[in-house]
Write a protein that binds this ligand. Structure first.
Ligand code: HEC
Ligand code: HEC
Ligand code: HEC
Ligand code: HEC
Ligand code: HEC
Ligand code: HEC
Length: 476
């Protein structure tokens, strides 16, 4: 309101209008604006940083946002009003909280949760550390986010097909990011408008009082200084609140940058990499067979396991017990010569390495074109006794042949640090190596010799020098 009135009053009461009535009126407006502006600003700032949503938002971004968005299906389904959905769908009381703590337990005890667990082929992580109030805070935050598609975008249908299973459709391609920063931009604009308007009114007031037309006598900056000096207390409080909110939001946003090092979710079957890829020397590609061909490495289907496990059923009882889980999944009965029963139970491996949806990462580009070994990023899986985990960068650095990096594994810093370090070819074009990089070298050489020499001044061409630091290479 005030903001709307101000520019108007600004224009109406130009410096030619100098009667007393106007003076008083402007004076009044100015006074009330002074108070209201600060009060509003302070309130807005408090609302921005300290409302109950802040905790929920922080937790959501730190723990859930890699897979969930409020209004759009992704790796996990959209979460808008999911509590209502569960109670409408006949879920047991409180089972949604149990789901977040440990979805397997919830699926085992609540038939509704069981149906939810079939939504995607991958599964959710468990968050045993989250208290009920924290989960409520997360879901309150989700419910409070506006739907970017609410303005009538016709639902695009379920892009991934799985949305149908939930009886709901994907609404919008827009992401939820940025909701945080535009609040700040908005606040900044409001602040600027208020300052501008206030000093404008003030200048006119002054001009009117002095009965002169000399409105430009004092610059805006000087005006602002005088104004700020006269309102020390308000200005002081506002700046304090501003600085404090900035620090708080900075800390919160730092927490958002999901450091997932050492993450090791539980798995439905205790699959040991060391026995398979180590002791038995099975090639990674035997199981992750798309790693050299496509973006994702892929996980093996149970049929791949059965190629061996029809025969290999374990020597010790403990092994047999573990391998029995493979048989259950494949629907294999060990009776007699063994046969398929057709009672299959697909294995749902929990995702270990998860990048946010806005990041593009391609395995074949790194493994084949870039010649980067699996152990550079995943550690030595031939020695991994337990199920897979995200290996912290400190451990990766100890592995022979790895380029030492400093930033936590899977963060953006980690990716670009390697792109800045990793030579895709040592030394100048020698004509002996074939193919891909020679072609790039030749192009560089033809285009700009000095650039080519600059690239090689450290004796190598890095991924960065070929564009590996360009945002669009990694971000959709
Ligand atoms: C690694 C990915 C991942 C993360 C992280 C994750 N989820 Fe999920 N979530 C899923 C998937 C996938 C499903 C669908 C169920 C399935 O297919 O197993 C799901 C389902 C749900 C459901 C049921 C949705 C429905 O439509 O009924 C809720 C509620 C939920 N998640 C809450 C959370 C919360 C809260 C967090 C953060 C604390 C979180 N999830 C973090 C992947 C994830
Ligand atoms: C016999 C099949 C098999 C072989 C061989 C194998 N893996 Fe795996 N791999 C799996 C299965 C099953 C999983 C899922 C279970 C898990 O996460 O521990 C997996 C998971 C992984 C993961 C984590 C996936 C995620 O969700 O982020 C990585 C990384 C990985 N393997 C790398 C390797 C590397 C590197 C090699 C070769 C040294 C290798 N694997 C050999 C079967 C295999
Ligand atoms: C440059 C680093 C890097 C190298 C090298 C690398 N990976 Fe990965 N790997 C990743 C990242 C990052 C992800 C997570 C991808 C995502 O979430 O989109 C991942 C995910 C995986 C997964 C989980 C399934 C999937 O496709 O998302 C498997 C399995 C895997 N890698 C196996 C391998 C194997 C086997 C090799 C070697 C042949 C290898 N990786 C080489 C970085 C790497
Ligand atoms: C190329 C053959 C081969 C494939 C493929 C294979 N395994 Fe195995 N697996 C073995 C051998 C060999 C052993 C060791 C058995 C022994 O020591 O007698 C084993 C052992 C195991 C064990 C027992 C581990 C322990 O702790 O002792 C489990 C569980 C297992 N495999 C699961 C799987 C799963 C799940 C898959 C599919 C993703 C799979 N295997 C694929 C050959 C294979
Ligand atoms: C250990 C080193 C290393 C790490 C870590 C690494 N990369 Fe790379 N990356 C490379 C190399 C080497 C190439 C060059 C391949 C080529 O020439 O196309 C490359 C190329 C790329 C390209 C293509 C760039 C272009 O110019 O076309 C993209 C995109 C990319 N990486 C994304 C990622 C992302 C995302 C991550 C982090 C999740 C990551 N990389 C982590 C080594 C790495
Ligand atoms: C080599 C690949 C790569 C390049 C180049 C890259 N990014 Fe990223 N970026 C990532 C990865 C991976 C993540 C996810 C990190 C995580 O989840 O911790 C990310 C996350 C982000 C995020 C979200 C941070 C958050 O809190 O989740 C922003 C914003 C971002 N990048 C902006 C940029 C901008 C701007 C550029 C260009 C100057 C850029 N990125 C270039 C790989 C890259």
């Amino acid at each position: 309101m005030i903001i709307l009135i101000l520019p108007v009053s600004n224009g109406v009461f130009s410096h030619t209008t100098k009667n007393l009535f106007m003076k008083i009126f402007i004076n009044q407006v100015f006074k009330s604006v002074n108070k209201w502006a600060l009060a509003t600003l302070t309130m807005l700032l408090f609302a921005g940083s300290f409302n109950a949503n802040a905790q929920g938002e922080g937790l959501f971004k730190a723990k859930c946002a890699t897979c969930h968005q409020p209004h759009k299906n992704g790796t996990g389904p959209k979460l808008f009003q999911v509590r209502k959905k569960w109670s409408d769908g006949g879920a047991k009381e409180g089972s949604i909280y149990q789901w977040v703590n440990n979805w397997q337990a919830a699926a085992a005890s609540d038939p509704y949760a069981q149906t939810v667990s079939t939504w995607a082929a991958s599964a959710m992580q468990a968050f045993p550390e989250l208290k009920k109030e924290e989960i409520d805070a997360i879901l309150d935050y989700v419910d409070s986010t506006p739907d970017p598609a609410a303005a009538g975008a016709a639902g695009g249908g379920a892009a991934d097909g799985s949305g149908d299973a939930m009886g709901e459709s994907n609404m919008s391609e827009e992401t939820e990011e940025g909701s945080f920063s535009w609040v700040w931009i908005l606040l900044g604009v409001i602040f600027a408008v208020i300052i501008g308007a206030v000093s404008g009114v003030r200048r006119q007031l002054k001009a009117a009082l002095n009965e002169t037309n000399d409105a430009d006598e004092q610059s805006y900056l000087q005006e602002f200084k005088t104004w700020a000096w006269n309102n020390k207390i308000y200005v002081g409080i506002t700046s304090l609140v501003l600085v404090f909110s900035l620090i708080v939001s900075l800390v919160l946003s730092l927490g958002d940058i999901g450091v997932v090092e050492d993450y090791q979710p539980s798995q439905p079957i205790e699959f040991p990499h060391d026995i398979h890829a180590g002791v038995n020397g099975i090639d990674c590609k035997y199981c992750h067979n798309s790693v050299t061909k496509s973006k994702s490495a892929g996980l093996p289907s149970v049929n791949v396991c059965m190629n061996c496990h029809k025969q290999v059923n374990g020597r010790t009882p403990a092994q047999q017990e573990k391998i029995k889980a493979v048989y259950e999944a494949a629907g294999w009965s060990t009776e007699g010569a063994g046969s398929y029963t057709s009672h299959t139970k697909p294995i749902k491996w929990n995702k270990v390495h998860v990048l946010p949806d806005h990041v593009y990462f391609n395995h074949s580009q790194h493994v084949v074109v870039g010649g980067v070994d699996c152990k550079q990023c995943h550690g030595d899986m031939t020695k991994q006794k337990e199920t897979a985990r995200v290996v912290p960068v400190g451990e990766l650095n100890k592995i022979e042949g790895n380029i030492p990096l400093t930033r936590p594994t899977l963060t953006m810093g980690w990716c670009i640090e390697c792109h800045g370090e990793k030579a895709i070819q040592e030394g100048p074009l020698d004509g002996k190596k074939d193919g891909y990089y020679d072609e790039i070298h030749r192009r560089l050489l033809n285009n700009d010799k000095s650039l080519y020499n600059k690239y090689l001044d450290d004796g190598k061409v890095t991924v960065k020098e070929l564009g590996g630091w360009e945002c669009a290479k990694c971000h959709y």
